[in-house]
Ligand binder design. Sequence first.
Ligand code: SAM
Length: 202
Amino acid sequence: MNINQLPFSQACENNKAPILDVIRPLFLNSTHLLEIGTGTAQHAVHFAQHLPHLIWQTSDQQGYLEGIEMRLAQVQLMNLRQPLALDVTQTWPLAKQANIDAMFTANTLHIMAKEMVKAFFNGVGEHLQSQGQLCIYGPFNYEGNYTSESNARFDIWLAEQNPQSAIRDIEWIIQLAKEQGLKLMADHTMPANNRLLHFIKM
Ligand SMILES: C[S@@+](CC[C@H](N)C(=O)[O-])C[C@H]1O[C@@H](n2cnc3c(N)ncnc32)[C@H](O)[C@@H]1O
């Protein structure tokens, strides 16, 4: 892979500023953040640049690591960490004393199969410190209903790519979080029919 082949998402370019506006105050007192499903790493670079007090640990499935490493090599950021190979269904490659007091994930829970979403929350429950912050960005359904026509179309497209992918019901997400001791603090409206869910581990 060369620099001209860097994975790129236009959606990330569009949503990184609005996401930063929401997460900046939430991560004000956080020190060590783990991102799950870093993808193109456009978010990681942007957020690490604007939140220099926070160590931003990237991670993703093995196949994404080369692209992430290449994008990280384009910037010199002391607080941005090389990606961990982290598949939520496997043992998370974290030290016992990783001191993770914040976690972030964007556009992942509708890609993951249901069992992976459960594994994601098990991992959060195991590795996020008490009083830690969890922010989840993406589309969600409410009481089984889409919030927009475009989300309904997106869900059909998702199922065509992978029948196990789907926009998740927020009620299920809140329940999985609760089982891991996480409380929903806020559900922010975001552009393009997305949400940003803020949880705290009690
Ligand atoms: C649509 S991409 C989103 C990437 C990026 N966060 C963004 O907002 O553009 C979905 C991401 O979920 C990750 N993902 C899917 N299944 C996963 C799993 N089992 N464990 C960890 N990450 C997973 C993919 O590797 C990919 O990075």
